[in-house]
Each structure stands twice: as C-alpha cells, then as structure tokens.
Design a protein around this ligand. Structure first.
Ligand SMILES: NC(=O)c1ccc[n+]([C@@H]2O[C@H](COP(=O)([O-])OP(=O)(O)OC[C@H]3O[C@@H](n4cnc5c(N)ncnc54)[C@H](OP(=O)(O)O)[C@@H]3O)[C@@H](O)[C@H]2O)c1
Length: 304
C-alpha cells in the first residue's frame, strides 16, 4: 500500500497525539489521581482542573504568581484548563505561560465562543487559537448558549478537520437551565459545563442526570461559588468526619462533594495561587464521600 504524503503526516500527527494522551494518563496514574472517562471517547481526565477567569498579562502586571500556579498545577498532575475570550486577556496570559513553561502537550485546553453570527464566531475562535498559541484546542464550548446552533455548526466542521477535539456548551445560571436542557436533548455534545456546588445544587436535579443519559462529560464551574463557600464557613475547622473521605481542607471538602457526583467529569476551581492549586488537586486523591456522607455534607452546610 502506498500512502500519500498527507496521509503519512496525518497518521504521524495522530500517533503523536495518542502518545501524548498515553503519557498524560500515566502521569495521572503515577500521582494516584482519580480520573473519569469522557463518554464520547473514553479518554480519561483528572477530576480536578483549573479555571482562569482572573488571569491577566500586560504592562505593570506581575505574572510570576500565575506562572507558579500553572506550574504547580501541572506538577500535581492537573491537565484540564478552562478559559474564555471574555476573561479580560486571560487567553493571552495563558498562551504566554503555557509556551514559556512548555506545557502544551501536558494540558487539556478548553475555551469558548461567545458571539453571534458565523463570521464573527469564526474570527473569535481563530483569535483564541492565536492567543493560546496552539493549533489544536481540546474543547471548544458555546459560552452561555450564545447563538448555539450557528457556533456548534462551525465547531463540528473544525472538529472534523482536527482543529478541535471536543465540542460543548456552558452556562452558569439556573435561569438558562430550561434552554440548556433543550440543547442537551437535541444535540450530540461531548461536554457540558454547568455551575454546581454545595450551596448551589439545582444542577443535580435535572442537568446532571440528563448529561448521564445523553453521554456528555461534565465540567463544573463556580465550584466555590466565587469563594462564597469559604466566606460561609469562616474560620471554622473542617469537621473530624471529613477524614472518612481523606479531606484536609475546606477546598477539598467543597470539591470532593462535587466530584463524588457520578455525572461529574471534572471540577474547574479558579485560582491564581500556587498553594491553592496544590490544595485543590489534593481533592483528586484518596477516598470520595459516598451518598450518605454527601447528605451529611449538605446538612452540615445548610446548618451553618
Ligand atoms: N458560564 C461559564 O462558562 C462560566 C462562568 C463562570 C466561571 N466559569 C469557569 O469556571 C471557573 C471557576 O469559577 P470562578 O473562578 O469564577 O469561581 P470559583 O472557582 O467558584 O472560586 C474562585 C475563588 O476561590 C478562591 N480559591 C481557589 N482555590 C482556593 C483554595 N484552595 N482555598 C481558598 N480559596 C481558593 C480563588 O481565589 P485565589 O485566586 O486567591 O485562589 C477565587 O477567589 C472560572 O475560572 C471559569 O474558567 C465558566
């Protein structure tokens, strides 16, 4: 059989990616991280990632703490990084740091498209590739259901062409849940991203079960309710019974509650601190709370 030059290039690119994914899986295993499979492919991801809503770069901005955070995150075995073109210049900051730290192959990069119209969407997504300094984005998501059908159509073309590996949709507001469910029921999605936490549990009623039924991976945003959960517990100590699920900090308490839900693939806490990234990745290790312990966590939180 004689292969064309293009076929050889495609095959070797595919083999390169397969190798990268294999190395990532071995790294996660070596660190004892809990991983979950993406239903549409079987690829496994660590159950804790990182959000970059506060990442910035530019004159007068010291990016050293962000650099240390991303480095600590990757060293702890983290791979899933969520960003968006609407988070100031977070994509540019991330592109700089990932290149500088030579982390591209280690990471699963997720970003979003958040505009109306095909041409504007194409322009916006092309800009994300440039800012992130990559020719492959792992997950492209329609941000908050903005012109969903149009943007999903482009994203699927690009998935076919190998520029994007997975497609999805996001929301962070229960006001959008009805429309979100309609899209989930009508479209074949690799991923959905939704807000879910100990003090914001509505997604567990319909969105998370529907994701399981539809075979969509789930990223969880706002896992700390934009830090409101830390404010709610104040200076209380983590309860002694949290040791039953290997939890040593409030961040791990909040994250283990989320990732113990069987529909959840990965929670993406936002952080700009290296020690918080390490703390958060600790939630991807050890035991998780069972259903009875999850109820106890809810009762504890409601009783604060
Ligand atoms: N509709 C959407 O698509 C949508 C909407 C919202 C968010 N998102 C995504 O979800 C990600 C997470 O949401 P978010 O960042 O807004 O809120 P969040 O993850 O609920 O909370 C972030 C806050 O928690 C603090 N924190 C993080 N780790 C901590 C730890 N171990 N101990 C104590 N404090 C800790 C952070 O401060 P430090 O920086 O000081 O660590 C920050 O103030 C975003 O970054 C974004 O990627 C998507």
């Amino acid at each position: 059989m004689i292969l064309s030059r293009r076929a050889v290039l495609e095959l070797s690119a595919g083999a390169g990616l397969a190798l990268t994914l294999g190395v990532r899986r071995l790294r996660a295993q070596a660190r004892g991280l809990i991983t979950r499979a993406i239903p549409s492919s079987g690829e496994r991801l660590p159950v804790v990632g990182i959000g970059t809503r506060e990442y910035r770069t530019g004159a007068g901005i010291d990016t050293a703490p962000l650099r240390a955070t991303l480095q600590a995150f990757a060293q702890a075995g983290g791979t899933v990084v969520d960003t968006a073109p609407s988070y100031g210049n977070a994509e540019t900051a991330l592109g700089e740091l990932v290149t500088d730290l030579d982390l591209r192959d280690r990471l699963f990069l997720a970003t979003k498209v958040d505009r109306e119209g095909r041409d504007v969407g194409v322009e916006r997504m092309n800009a994300s590739f440039e800012k992130l300094r990559t020719d492959r984005i792992d997950l492209m998501q329609v941000h908050n259901l903005r012109d969903t059908a149009t943007q999903l159509a482009t994203m699927r073309e690009w998935k076919q062409a190998g520029r994007i590996r997975y497609v999805g949709i996001t929301t962070s507001s229960d006001r959008q849940y009805d429309a979100f469910e309609r899209v989930m029921a009508a479209e074949q999605l690799d991923f959905i991203q939704v807000d879910y936490s100990l003090n914001n549990r509505t997604a567990a009623e319909r969105i998370l079960p529907l994701a399981q039924d539809r075979g969509a991976a789930v990223l969880v945003n706002l896992p700390f309710g934009r830090a409101s959960l830390f404010r709610a517990v104040g200076d209380r100590a983590v309860p002694g019974w949290a040791a039953e699920f290997d939890c040593t900090s409030w961040a791990q308490f909040f994250l283990k509650y989320i990732i113990a839900h069987p529909a959840v693939t990965c929670a993406i806490p936002g952080t700009t601190k290296d020690y918080h990234a390490v703390d958060n990745m600790g939630a991807a290790q050890g035991r998780l709370p069972d259903a009875a312990l999850r109820r106890r966590m809810e009762e504890f939180f409601t009783g604060l």
